[in-house]
Ligand binder design. Structure first.
Ligand code: COI
Length: 357
């Protein structure tokens, strides 16, 4: 690994009580280039723009995928990652589907740990605070032929992240647009999945909703995901979530919620969730909660579902009453080292002094 430390670090200007998530970047980034059938050296370098041509294949044909993960700092200043091996496995699954090369454990996990260790001062400590980390793979070859590229870059950038708390939102159950199709790339964290969701989301926003509940593309009768998150439904005291498939992202927060719910003795049914059953449950008062889960905000609770022009309201529950909020708390307590990690999910980032090469 090659470490090139910034000679002009910005950390002294970073105010952990006043920053903007998503466009405040830590001092360094990881880069690794793929050419002639192999990955080169992993480098930790000062964060900044890279020279690319508009003829770059990622831009023209969308060969690009990413991951989302976080690092947390506890009260003693120790830094932890959460289930990073899952992100490592998933980025390679996404890359394979997009005909891009897999990265090695050394590139992904060692690059990640070196970056997080080096820029540990950028990780804010406190309720809801963390470092959001974005590993990505994209085609860098300068060519306009529509074929698999032969040059790629793996990179990791990171931005401090704020409170998990997000206001309950109204979501529209999609009866037209789709996020994924059978045989498609829905399970992958393909950049294009997000691009394709922006326009339908904007349409839903114009109707007064903040997000979309994505339904299956052939009948629109079954829930798939919500916004950029996996979806959970609670009817009476049972939680339902659709099984992962080639259309549904295998979310790490989703998997963690299922395990935490089972630990609490809550019945979890991983099975197709029909729009009809959810609407019926809302009408007869047994629908208690619907929420989305993902790395970025952990949980977004829904206050209303838009269904065929009707707004179906949901109760707003307290932390004690809500499965969504209780499970979120269980998860965040483990992530931030405020609770015993009986699952072995936390990974300590060892403190090492790294010298520039
Ligand atoms: C997540 O919920 O972690 C996401 O996938 C959102 C991300 C695209 C910002």
């Amino acid at each position: 690994m090659i470490i090139q430390k910034s000679t002009n670090p910005r950390i002294s200007t970073f105010d952990p009580t006043n920053f903007s998530f998503g466009n405040t970047f830590i001092d360094h980034m990881v880069i690794c280039e793929y050419e002639d059938g192999k990955w080169g050296d992993v480098k930790v370098v000062p964060y900044g723009p890279l020279p690319f041509s508009p003829a770059m294949m990622a831009v023209n044909y969308g060969q690009a995928c990413f991951e989302g993960m976080k690092a947390y700092k506890d009260k003693d200043g120790d830094v932890f990652l959460f289930r990073p091996e899952k992100n490592f496995a998933r980025i390679n699954k996404s890359s394979t589907r997009l005909a891009m090369p897999e990265v090695t454990e050394e590139i992904f996990l060692e690059g990640l740990k070196a970056l997080v260790n080096l820029d540990r001062d950028w990780i804010p400590h406190g309720e809801g605070l963390s470092l959001y980390i974005r590993p990505l793979v994209f085609a860098t070859e300068e060519a306009l032929k529509a074929r698999i590229a032969n040059k790629y870059m793996f990179a990791i950038v990171a931005t401090p992240a704020k409170s998990y708390y997000s206001e309950p939102v109204a979501v529209k159950i999609s009866d037209y647009y789709s996020r994924a199709a059978n045989g498609g790339v829905g399970f992958a964290k393909a950049a294009g999945n997000y691009a394709a969701a922006f326009y339908p989301t904007q349409m839903a926003m114009e109707e007064g909703y903040e997000q979309i509940i994505w339904t299956d593309d052939s009948t629109h009768e079954f829930f798939e995901e919500s916004g950029t998150m996996n979806v959970f439904v609670r009817i009476n005291d049972t939680i339902y979530t659709p099984p992962t498939s080639e259309k549904i992202l295998d979310g790490i927060t989703r998997d963690s919620f299922i395990q935490l719910a089972e630990r609490r003795g809550i019945e979890v049914k991983v099975e197709p969730v029909s729009v009809k059953a959810v609407v019926e449950a809302q009408r007869n008062g047994t629908l208690k909660e619907v929420w989305g889960v993902g790395t970025a905000v952990v949980t977004t609770v829904f206050k209303a579902l838009g269904y065929k022009g009707e707004k179906l309201n949901l109760p707003i529950l307290s932390l004690e009453e809500s499965f969504a909020l209780s499970l979120q708390k269980d998860l965040v307590d483990i992530q931030t080292n405020n609770a015993e990690d009986t699952f072995g999910w936390r990974v300590l980032v060892e403190k090492k002094v790294l010298e520039s090469a």
